[in-house]
Write a protein of this length. Structure first.
Length: 216
């Protein structure tokens, strides 16, 4: 009887060799990073305002409406500023520091709704076509940058219209639209979360008093 070959082979190769297995994840094209992410402990906590796309999901309807109606808002703001200046004796008697809390509460909500205001405390809406430059992901006070897409959208947030493109469009509708050509100063971070309404009113009142003294 012929000796049995201990290492008999088959058409597929050595009989003792185990077939090579492919991990299911690799077969589906899942990367190792995805596996690690999916197996990481889940948490209900999610840090706020950390995603560069955080504004994409917001509605731009009101903000863009404000730009389209920049001339009307320019007129309204001028009347509103005159009213606040008329009330300067009251603010001064009570104390600007005391009234800032309630005024800032109203200002933050009104401007937040109309312009997506960031409460920088140095509002330049009247010089930027009613488009708040703080909505720019780069927070450019003098724009636009060189990264505007061909469709007029932001290079950082592709679904968002460029803040400065809209600023230019809004400025063309305003009486004092050429104010957009003025160079804006860098943001003073110490004024963040303060009332721009009261600050402008106090400055206007001081200028008015200085003019009166010179004229006297």
């Amino acid at each position: 009887m012929p000796e049995t070959n201990r290492h008999s082979t088959t058409a597929a190769g050595p009989a003792s060799a185990a077939p090579e297995t492919v991990p299911p994840s690799a077969a589906l094209g899942v990367t190792q990073a995805t596996i690690v992410k999916n197996t990481a402990p889940k948490s209900a906590y999610k840090p706020a305002d950390v995603s560069p796309q955080r504004r994409v999901q917001r509605s731009y309807a009101i903000r863009l409406w404000s730009v389209r109606h920049s001339r009307t808002l320019e007129w309204f703001y001028a009347k509103f500023a005159d009213l606040f200046l008329t009330l300067h004796p009251i603010w001064n008697a009570i104390g600007y520091g005391r009234v800032e809390g309630p005024i800032k509460f109203v200002e933050k909500r009104v401007k937040g709704f109309m312009f997506d205001c960031r409460m920088c405390g140095q509002c330049v809406l009247s010089s930027t076509g009613m488009s708040c430059p703080m909505n720019c992901p780069k927070q450019l006070r003098n724009g636009p940058c060189g990264g505007v897409r061909a469709n007029g959208n932001c290079e950082v947030e592709p679904d968002m219209p460029c803040v400065w493109v809209k600023a230019w469009e809004g400025s063309r509708n305003m009486v004092n639209g050429d104010a957009i050509l003025n160079v804006q100063k860098p943001v003073d971070q110490s004024l963040r979360e303060t009332s721009a309404w009261l600050r402008v009113t106090a400055q206007s009142a001081a200028t008015r008093e200085a003019v009166k003294q010179v004229s006297a």
